[in-house]
Each structure stands twice: as structure tokens, then as C-alpha cells.
Design a protein around this ligand. Sequence first.
Ligand code: SF4
Length: 492
Amino acid sequence: MPGFTPGRRWQPPYSPFKREPFNRRALASLEKAIKGPLFGCRMCGNCLLQETAFICPMECPKGLRNGPCGGATSEYCYVDETRPCIWYKIYERSFTMGREHRLLEVLPPLDWEKAGTETWGDVFTRIKEIGIGKVVTGLLFKPASVRNVMWESIFKPVRQPDWWQGDDQYHAPKYSETVSELERRLKAGEFVVTAEVAPPLSAKTDKMFRNIEAVKPYVAAINFTDNPSATPRTASWACSVMVIKQGAEPVMQIAARDRTRVGLQSEVLGAYDLGIRNIFCVSGDSMKMAPAPRGRMDIVDIDSVQMLWILRRMRDEGKYMDGREMKTPPRYFLGAAASPFASEPKFQALREHKKIDAGAQFFQTNLVFDVDLMEIWLNELAKRNILDKVYILIGITPLKTLKMAKYMNNEVPGVTVPDSIMKRMEEADKAGNAQEEGVAIALELIAKIKKFSGQGVSGLHIMPVGWEEVVPRIVSEGGVLPKGFVAPAPKV
Ligand code: SF4
């Protein structure tokens, strides 16, 4: 039985919401005294240690229960650099123990009513239901296959309550007609380009409208980020509605950081009513990146995998998260972020696999500056036989300045700018033509990425970081104009 997690940070356990009866408090104290030192248990009351190689994931400052965020590294947690990424430790140990397949099961969000209480009571109840004699015989005197079934029949109902029922299987979308133009183009096999337009930082929207006008003929859909760097901007749903009125298709990004389970379900239903069909689920940048004073940094109510699972079930099963049925389910094309370089490619591939099983139909990746490394990640996805279950749009940004290149390399989680590109940007900066060099680098990357069209890559996602006017040039000179492209009339 593995014990203490190396380098772990001791964190206080949760307290129960209400005063529990004496016998439950006594059991909780015993559980805490044993599981705390052994597993880093924080007494969330919704134990899933079986699935996480016996390391409590509640040590993650974001409270993620389904895998690492895009900022995870092998060295440290990006939210708190004084500790290791606990999810990296969980992945490392799971692969060492040959338990990595268990990381695919989609785990539920906390039932907060249980936080701070014991889980052992639920386990004992389950053992009594099965029959103590049967359990003892099944665990002690039967072959490994029977033992595993017995073990699962005790623990699975504890970690997968009726209202969630997560599993480790792929669930194909239960609709045949495409729900958005983006989906239609991808399904038709087009090499698709999407781009981000920054939501306004104030009540003035004219710059965003100009950017939308400039970008829209060149892309299949326009993404609106949801408070990037945990800094307030105009809401993604509002920008999405504005872009629909301008005759383009939005991808509404929605960050778990700013949502509760209730808020999420309410918001996506409203978004559907407003005509939004592409929804992109992310956990969101940590509150640590926000301007001070900061909000809670230690927990999210739901993570991006859970968001995908909730939205997919709303769409395909017509059910709210709590199991209530809805008469007319919404239809969404669901996207998620993929981060090829955050940690080891095989870890990242497992993470993307889980998102696909949960409901992701397309990925827009973090920025790619090294196509060789991207290929290694694609190969890991191929080994998992999941490339035909998702459309992958590779993230590209034209570097505008040397400062931006350094920022991307040093500050943006999961992004690495190779030395060769950094050197080119340094020389171009000295010569005063950094922008041109940045565009040239982006075009070279696009030429290389295009070679993977049909081998897992379905297009590009351009993140111009406030330089939206460059998008038409990148798309035209990169030879990735949309099918049926009509050039906009020249301005007079
Ligand atoms: S916040 Fe991200 S980097 Fe930090 S422990 Fe959680 S998953 Fe790892």
C-alpha cells in the first residue's frame, strides 16, 4: 500500500457543514487520523482514492478531481510553486503501478453536504448490503478477477452516486444533424480555422466589432475567452450574441473557475436560447493570476471534465446533473482545451482521452511552437485510438515582439518557445522587424502543421492576443482560406 506522497503540502481537512452525531464524529476522527498521514486525505467525504493511486487529489489548489490543469508541470504546481503538482504525482504513480486506466473514469463533483464527514460509514453500509461473509470470502479466498469485481462492487457505488454514474467509456453524440457551421465544416473534412477576438475591457464595443468584421470572412467561428487571467472582461456569452448579430458564428468559452453547478446549467440553457451552439469548456486560469484582491484560489465547484459530462448528458440524455429530466434538451457542439506540452505527452494524452470520453468533440490546443513535439503528442493520442473521435485545431499565435515571445515562454503555463525561435526573435528585434519575423514563423509553423491534415489535425486555432488585424494575412498567406471564401469588399 503506497503511503505518504513525496513533497506533499499538508493542508487542513474540511469540517462538516453541520454537527454530526457522536458515532459519526468518532468514525470521522479515526478516518482522518489514518488516511491523513497515509494518503494526504482532506476528508472531502466523497472519497475516490481508489481511482487516484491512493493520493488525495484535494491537495490540488484548484480542487480538480479529474486530472491536471493545463499549467501542470513535472516540477511544481503553477498556482503554488512551493509544492509539486499533485496530479503529476497521481499520474506518475498510476503509470508506475499500472493503474493508469483507472484515471479515465469521470468522477463527480463534491457533494458538499458530505464534506468533512467520514466515507467509511458508506463503505460499511455497502459491505452489509452485499453480506459480510460474501465480502470476506470474495476478497480473501477467490482469484484476482473475482476479488476485483468484489472490490468494485463495494467502492464504485460509494464514489459514483446515482445522480452522476460516471464511467470510463466513450459516448458517441446521440444526434445526426450537425448543430453548428463549425461542426458541419469539420464533419465535411475541411481544414478549418477559428480565431479568438478579445472581449472588450470596458463598455465600449466598437473595437471588438471592427475586429469581428475583419476576421469573420477568414474563419469558421470566432472564440470569445471567458475572463482570461481571471481578469474581468465583457462576458463571453454577450460577445457571442453580438457576433451572431454580425453574421458570424461564435465559440462561447466557459470557465469552471467562475461557475457553480447551478450557474453552469442555467447559463448554457440560456446560451442555447440565444442561438449559441459551440461551447468550449475550460477550468480557467487560477484566481492567482487575477489582480489583487483575489477571490478564493483553493477550489472550483466543477472542473472542465465534469462540465463536459454535465453538458453531454443534458444534450444526449435530456437530464440535469441532479438527474431531473428536461422536456426539450439543448443541442451543443462541445469543445475543450488540449495542452500537448504541459507535462509528459503520455500524461497529456490520457487527460485528452478522458475529456473525449466525457463529451469533448473538438479540441483547440494551447500554443504550438514545436511541431516535432506536437507529433509526439499526436502519436500518443493515436496509441489510444481516439483521433477519430475528436477534431483537433492546433493553437497558433504570431509573435509580435521579443517581449511577447519571452512572456509566452516564461509565464504562460504549458507553452514552450524553442531556442531557435527565440534567437530569431532576438535578432529580428535588434533589426527592428520583430513583427515580420513573428508572422514568418507563424506561416512556417502552419506549413508544417498542414502536413498533419487527415492524420489527426483538422485545422488551426489562431490566438492573436490583441493583434486581430493580422488574422486575414495569416490565413491568406498560410493557404488556409475557408472553402467558398469570398474576399471582403475593399474599404473606400
Ligand atoms: S492547480 Fe494545476 S498544477 Fe496545481 S496541483 Fe492542481 S492540476 Fe497541478
